[in-house]
Design a protein around this ligand. Structure first.
Ligand code: BDR
Ligand code: CA
Length: 303
């Protein structure tokens, strides 16, 4: 099994990514940390706890950064609903977070692990930047970071910027400069791997987990035609099925100010960084593979 830590802001697609990861026996989720993003961190934390409880798991949840390092916080509640996970009646009596902050919990979990751990951030990278700045000795113990965020093309928050990177561009810059191997799962693939209406209908018939996911997806669907993106789920899909994805290596820099703030700039000519690269960027995926895989994952979920 691959040991992973999910750093997230659930969030409808984060919730789907967590659901898959908690249920797939090839993955061992050692810790879930939360960050402000789609909604405030008190809400993303509550949502993470609700999911762990829903699936009857014992995964610790640690609450993280309330706001980005420098940039003022702007949420995405208009897309993810006021709660961040609307449309399903989750149990309100969920467990508690661990006492440590996300940064401390990340540090301890990574240092205690006998083998290196994979980090899977699906929100802004604030907790990870704080961790790397405060405890740089963790770096060799992180095997790689599979991060949802960024785009080689257009953004979804501004013309230039994707939401997670836009939310905390300074954190993104720290993460991309860390020297840790990074896989960038950006809009270049997540806007291709759309879940079709047919898949959504099927998911709704697949037990209580399917019902839960279909219920929270409804809210998301309102804003999208021709299928809904499941951005964050692509991190887990890549982890389990890298063969589904075409990738290319680039050096990625982050715009941290100006009208293109939050843009992920790839050194496409290779000239600026002398041919060096800091990321493996996912650039292509077949939507049918993704839809079929997702249905199978939901089929295997146990509540
Ligand atoms: C990213 O932004 C968030 O709204 C989603 O959860 C995803 O992580 C997509 O741009
Ligand atoms: Ca997210």
């Amino acid at each position: 099994t691959t040991k992973i830590i999910m750093d997230c802001d659930p969030g409808i697609d984060d919730a789907a990514a967590i659901s898959v990861a908690l249920n797939n026996p090839a993955l061992a989720v050692k810790l879930i940390t939360t960050v402000a993003g789609n909604v405030t961190v008190d809400k993303t934390t509550k949502n993470a706890l609700k999911l762990v409880h829903f699936f009857n798991k014992k995964v610790p949840v640690a609450s993280g950064a309330e706001q980005p390092l420098i940039k003022p916080f702007e949420d995405a509640a208009r897309i993810h609903g006021e709660s961040g996970m609307p449309g399903y009646n989750f149990d309100e009596l969920v467990g508690d977070t661990v006492k440590h902050t996300a940064m401390e919990a990340l540090y301890q979990t990574i240092m205690k692990s006998p083998e290196p751990i994979t980090l899977v951030p699906t929100g802004a990278y604030t907790n990870i930047a704080l961790l790397l700045a405060t405890h740089p000795e963790v770096k060799p113990k992180i095997s790689r970071i599979i991060a949802m965020g960024g785009s080689l093309g257009r953004g979804n928050m501004t013309s230039a910027a994707e939401f997670n990177v836009y939310t905390d561009p300074d954190a993104a810059q720290i993460m991309y400069n860390s020297g840790i191997p990074i896989v960038m799962i950006g809009l270049d693939v997540t806007m291709k791997a759309l879940l079709t209406q047919k898949t959504l209908n099927t998911v709704g018939t697949l037990g209580e987990a399917g019902n839960m996911l279909a219920s929270i997806f409804k809210h998301y669907y309102e804003g999208h035609e021709g299928g809904i993106p499941m951005h964050d789920v692509n991190t887990i899909c890549y982890l389990l099925h890298p063969e589904f994805y075409q990738t290319a290596r680039y050096w990625i820099d982050i715009q941290t100010s100006g009208p293109a703030i939050g843009e992920t700039v790839a050194d496409i000519r290779g000239a600026y960084h002398l041919g060096n690269t800091n990321a493996q960027v996912a650039v292509g995926i077949d939507a049918d593979d993704f839809n079929q895989w997702f249905i199978e994952e939901v089929q295997n979920m146990k509540t």
